[in-house]
Design a protein around this ligand. Sequence first.
Ligand SMILES: [Mn+2]
Length: 440
Amino acid sequence: MSAPFLARELYAQHRQRALAALPEGEAILLFGAAPKGRNGDSEHRYRQDSHLLYLTGWTDPEVVVVLRGGEAPNFVMFVQPKDVLMEVWTGIRPGPEGATTLYGAEEAHPIAELSKRLPELLVGFHTLHVRLGVHPQDDAVLMAALAAARKPARERQRVLPDAFVSPDRLLGQLRLIKSPEELSLMREAAAITHEAHVAAMRAGKPGAKEYELEALIEYNFRARGGDGPGYASIVGSGPNACILHHVKNDRQIQDGDLVLVDAGCERQGYTADVTRTFPASGTFSPAQREIYELVLSVQLACIDLVRPTSAFKQVSDAAIRGLTEGMVRLGLLTGDVDELIQSRGYKRYYMHGIGHWLGLDVHDVGAYVEGQASSPLRPGAVITIEPGIYIPPDDTDCPPQYRGIGVRIEDDVLVTTGDPEVLTASIPKEIVEIEALCQR
Ligand SMILES: [Mn+2]
């Protein structure tokens, strides 16, 4: 049986936080993630919806959760029934009984009873936190339940949801702040990711294939007890380092290449997100070193800004300014720094953001803007800091020595009340450390 990922207490704690934030008259309705077909009858490995995982730890498909503010039952689950024949194919199911005894549901029913029971569960609630317009089949279930609850034969004047808001609002702000238990999982994810990146640096010499490194990285993720990669692993050598989401990983590494690896292990649902860039030959060329040192210095400066006194935009602006100044200094860009920032001229070589919230989703929920203001960095939030510079090989405007160089350096940083804590700090990124590891 798929046991809850963590101790039940953690998910109970998450539900308590959600219920405490949920005013009377409001309810949350979450549908489990839909299984995704790969080919024929074969499916991708199932990954639960992150909101649902956060509130329950439930990892099987065909599940619906209702959380009701201020009214019993507060926590209702609809789950796959026990089914001896199906369990032969896909494994033991907790069933409704397991949902109550193992997962803490106050009420649990077979998923087949959803359409019959959902209408009554919605009565009395004026606001429903539900994701609409993403999965039409889920929308249809909800609309049918509302229609059933409104049937003329039933009592008039009953309160039914007429306001629908995304669960990202309430759960996003809760999930943004990690508990000590969640952080210990993220530290475990970081520790496994460390081993994988070091293995890739050691193996990533000229002649190796990008996919060999991918295999080595993901071998480490699984062999060390991780769920697997939290997102598609990127191994980009030479010009492929300039392709931001290069996931084909099909090239043979050449002498003189930089190799950019963006890969993070997921551990019980929580993922790391780490990028390192290293020289295949074991030594950075002078031009590679210049670009690398620029990106690293900006990354370190941005990490130092990860404090409760900063807003997200301050960190983002610092990266833009630091990279733009550096690119002008190296002759990649010409002109006035302020004008290049104003006109976004830096986007030619730095075209993505400085980072994102991290947690159960690699691009985690949580607002970046609140009202008119950029979101403050709150203690307990984890943010990636990932500046980069990417110079296409066919760029004829820039000095020739820089063409084809792509560098990104990314760490996962916990906001604390004091200094930032880099969860992925142990993964080498100083030039001397990397060159020592990459000795051929
Ligand atoms: Mn990232």
